[in-house]
Design a protein around this ligand. Sequence first.
Ligand code: MGD
Ligand code: MGD
Ligand code: SF4
Ligand code: MO
Length: 746
Amino acid sequence: MATRRARTEIIHRSCPLCEAKCGISVEVDRSTGTVATIRGDADDPFSRGYLCPKAYGLKGLQEDPDRLRRPVRRVGSDWEEIGWEEAFELAASRLREVRAAHGADAIGTYVGNPNVHDLGSTLYLGPLLRGLGTRRQFSASSVDQLPKMLSAFLMFGGPLAIPIPDLDRTDFLLVLGANPVASNGSLMTAPDIPGRLAALRARGGKLVVIDPRRSETARLADEHLFIKPGSDAYFLFALVHTLFEERLVRLDRLESHVRGVEAVQTLAKEFSPEVVARATGIDALRVRRLARRFAAADRAVCYGRIGTCTQEFGTLASWLVDVVNTLTGNLDRPGGAMFPRTATGPAADAPKPRKLPYGRWRSRVRGLPEAFGELPAATLAEEIDAAGDESIRAMVTVAGNPVLSTPNGNRLARALESLEFMVSVDIYVNETTRFADVILPPVSPLERSNYDLVFNGLSIRNISKYSPRVLEPPEDSRDPWEILAELAGRVNGASADAVDELVLSHLLSSAVGSPGSSCPDVSVEEARKQLGDRRGPERILDLMLRAGPYGDHFDPERSGLSLEVLRKAEHGLDLGALEPRLPGMLATESGAVELAPALLSGDVSRLRARLSERTADDRLVLVGRRHLRSNNSWMHNIHSLAKGRDRCTLLVHPTDAKRLGLADGARARIRSRIGAIEAPIAVSEEMMPGVVSLPHGFGHDVEGTRMRVARQHAGVNSNRLTDEAQVDALSGNSVLNGIPVEIAPA
Ligand SMILES: Nc1nc2c(c(=O)[nH]1)N[C@H]1C(S)=C(S)[C@@H](COP(=O)(O)OP(=O)(O)OC[C@H]3O[C@@H](n4cnc5c(=O)[nH]c(N)nc54)[C@H](O)[C@@H]3O)O[C@H]1N2
Ligand SMILES: Nc1nc2c(c(=O)[nH]1)N[C@H]1C(S)=C(S)[C@@H](COP(=O)(O)OP(=O)(O)OC[C@H]3O[C@@H](n4cnc5c(=O)[nH]c(N)nc54)[C@H](O)[C@@H]3O)O[C@H]1N2
Ligand code: SF4
Ligand SMILES: [Mo]
């Protein structure tokens, strides 16, 4: 016992896998350098011991023999390990060559979801992308929340000025297109969704779910309404229409801070619940009753997520969610939709309105507008396939698997194969990285420290937690930031340290020493001195914390946050419930909430024009779903998570199954405009008739990957059916739900 106690150590941190950010306690055996157990941290003030099965998968990920630990270079159809110096030089020199011969835009970049869960990647991706100088940047944002970023910018002045449901204090939660019981929440950082929803019901609150599937969340709801995929904007307009017609609109405290109320009223006139009922599949009376109950609740919040974004009217639906909250007096008030005040943000509200970064350039082939510096992922394959000088010739991917996660994955695979050069920063040889010439793998999540720069800002409470590294990284390995900074430097003949210095000095000059900065009375030299001469993200984090709203502002007299303080709070700090932040934080030109921005109002004509078609459309359509034990495409190589029954099944309602001759357990052939795949059928009452569901992130049986467990649970790639021609016209976001399909027995 004594020897065991001497050798093990428990480290508290947060789980980096999804947005919930649960506190975990990892028991490490120092004698072997291995993880003994992973448990929920009961002393984490936010997650209070909650965990999902994926957290334990961190041990599987750590020990996965297929996870890359050294750079590899492709030699024909095989791979060989090479040293870091050789790998960096190969990557940088080939990228420089392509740029010199064809210009910076001949390089394309795709950055994926795990980046936002890692501090170093969040901070150093920017320098790499700027260093490459290409305007052909792509990311998982445009298969995810880009519509919400666009509507948030237009309404509140920033892409991440996203109101978050005040889940713990609301009395009425209206959920559209989200299944937080399986996903653990998104754009709503809240560990233990099941517990928090149970608490909502226990205090007499109501949960209403609008979803074409009776999801795990819908099963807990007081009311669940099936909705035809892609029709949320009509449904939300019908709610807005009813609020006006029945005189239920009240802005309360925000009365003088909201512009465009009458314009919204005018826009909503033609979308009465009766007019849109056939298009949404929801009875008009139920919409009216819902509007009344929502308006009557003391504290109510409407929350829309991926189902409302990845559709034809993603930006309109994202916008209307916040319109409903605003018109019922629920914006920026406890129990409604609120804005977090994150510890790494500016100390005081001094918003500087800026022009929407949108449409400054366009994709070459389809002419879709750039948004926030990116082009839509739905255009990546065609930009590679473009003729002659217009084509992307080399790709850089960082923690992304677009072959499985973006529409028409098959076409993208063919396009990637045709590239002159590709480098991937990734931990697996998977469906995407198999096309790379060289792969640069960072250390595992447990071998690096972390801080949730992004998700603390999207959280239902103000929280701050530092995650120390749990295991010593192997010799001669690299942290993600080191890889990104090294590459960023080398493509321009600079060092990683020079890149690090650039990141620091840029942030320093905006955080201290100038009027309007967070610490106007502290000189850059003084702040630098106190930050010391560490390298990398932790020094930057220290700066952000200290200059932030809860920080010590480099003043020894002032108690406040710093990295040192946070390190000592090993279970994390609860900085309190969300507090009203309007109008102070608004960064719109007018300084008000813009309820009817021109870009959005203008898109309503598209919605209007499609109404009759949508009303008449009774084609069978496909939507996606998530499972608690899975995480997009990349955790299927972990045996403890992947084992068990097949989860990549096609859910079909019994009446559809009967009509189409589909038997439970048999296989179906599913065809869309883009392609055809086969999947096992699960006949289920939980589907809306006319809608079938298949999860994304599968299809691991392709040539050339090195993921042995995933191959055994291969499933099929639902993005071989999704259509890259279908985007939300405004944001360019992919349409991944509501895909017309034909189904027959296989
Ligand atoms: N049909 C359909 N498609 C969808 C969705 C859907 O609902 N339906 N959802 C969309 C959404 S919301 C998203 S966010 C995207 C996700 O799209 P992506 O981000 O492109 O895909 P992921 O599956 O998250 O792949 C992550 C990649 O990062 C690698 N990786 C994991 N950890 C690390 C790490 O620590 N460092 C590095 N360098 N690499 C790492 C993995 O090996 C994998 O290659 O998928 C989208 N695609
Ligand atoms: N276990 C697990 N957790 C995850 C992930 C994962 O892959 N697995 N991925 C993470 C990521 S990257 C993200 S972005 C989040 C996403 O988190 P969520 O937004 O909660 O995503 P889903 O669980 O896919 O739930 C989407 C729901 O929308 C419904 N839906 C589809 N189309 C429509 C529509 O047109 N209208 C309406 N109203 N509903 C529709 C679907 O039936 C589904 O129930 O989850 C994160 N957490
Ligand atoms: S819900 Fe699961 S995957 Fe998400 S942070 Fe918590 S333990 Fe990790
Ligand atoms: Mo996502």
